[in-house]
Design a protein around this ligand. Structure first.
Ligand SMILES: C[S@@+](CC[C@H](N)C(=O)[O-])C[C@H]1O[C@@H](n2cnc3c(N)ncnc32)[C@H](O)[C@@H]1O
Length: 247
């Protein structure tokens, strides 16, 4: 029986990529992408962090390697310098960002859990990019509210990656749209939410997948009609929506 992610019940997927959330129909094709274009090019520190994270009980939260590569490329393409990340975990997407930024680039990194960040921190330090990171422990929303009060933060970010509490994405968007510069990019992660957005109502979804699905549907609808941004939703990882602020 086919499950919502397209795999066959009782037949585990072949590859061992723990962060695998690909929506590609063929698992072999995803494996091919990883082996041909992603792993051979992966920075040694990224590889180490991916392998350390794979041993952590919440490893499913980590950004997959192909998405890390995509973020790194995107940041270089837009010449990002001042960035923000909401949802750090052990820091795979954070390291991919830090490696893409120039020496004087900055990342304001927000997470409610510092302990997990500290798993990746020694590797980030060894990679020589820790000086770009300003990690703040705590819920992101109150901090964004503080920043909104201060004009100096308005339009100050080139890139913002959102990968935390999915039920708050629309609340984040209301604030981030003022903090990102015109021409800057916000990336919302997991916007295809395990493929569950198009699953039949009676599909056997895990509880948390079902819970967050409505928030994702609502977010996608709102982004699609928001005249302040241009969007592009990509089936990379678990789906990422790239929003470019135009006004
Ligand atoms: C999917 S993980 C982030 C994965 C990360 N981008 C990576 O590449 O490994 C989500 C993270 O969001 C954090 N988080 C959850 N609620 C949050 C909140 N209200 N504010 C900030 N971070 C939050 C969690 O502690 C968790 O580390």
């Amino acid at each position: 029986m086919a499950t919502v992610d397209g795999s066959i019940k009782n037949q585990p997927a072949k590859h061992q990529e723990v962060g695998h959330k690909s929506l590609l129909q063929s698992d072999a094709l995803y494996q091919y992408i990883l082996e041909t274009s992603v792993y051979p090019r992966e920075h040694a520190a990224m590889k180490e962090l991916r392998e350390v994270t794979a041993k952590h009980p919440w490893n499913i939260m980590s950004t997959p390697a192909d998405e890390g590569q995509f973020l790194n490329m995107l940041l270089k393409l837009i010449n990002a310098k001042n960035t923000m990340e909401i949802g750090v975990y052990t820091g795979y997407s954070l390291l991919s960002t830090a490696l893409a930024l120039p020496e004087d680039g900055k990342i304001l990194a927000l997470d409610i859990n510092r302990e997990n960040y500290e798993i990746g921190l020694p590797i980030i330090e060894m990679a020589g990019v820790a000086h770009k990171i300003d990690f703040r422990e705590g819920p992101a929303l109150p901090l964004l509210d503080q920043m909104i009060q201060d004009d100096k933060f308005h339009g100050s970010f080139d890139f913002i990656f959102v990968d935390a509490d999915k039920d708050n994405y629309l609340n984040y968007h209301k604030r981030l749209i003022d903090l990102i510069k015109v021409g800057g990019v916000i990336g919302y992660d997991n916007t295809l939410w395990n493929g569950s957005l198009v699953a039949p109502v009676d599909a056997p979804l895990r509880k948390y997948v079902r819970y967050y699905r409505d928030f994702m549907l609502e977010l996608n609808k709102a982004l699609a009609v928001d005249p302040r941004i241009e969007i592009c939703q990509l089936p990379v990882g678990d789906g990422i929506t790239i929003c470019r602020r135009i006004s």
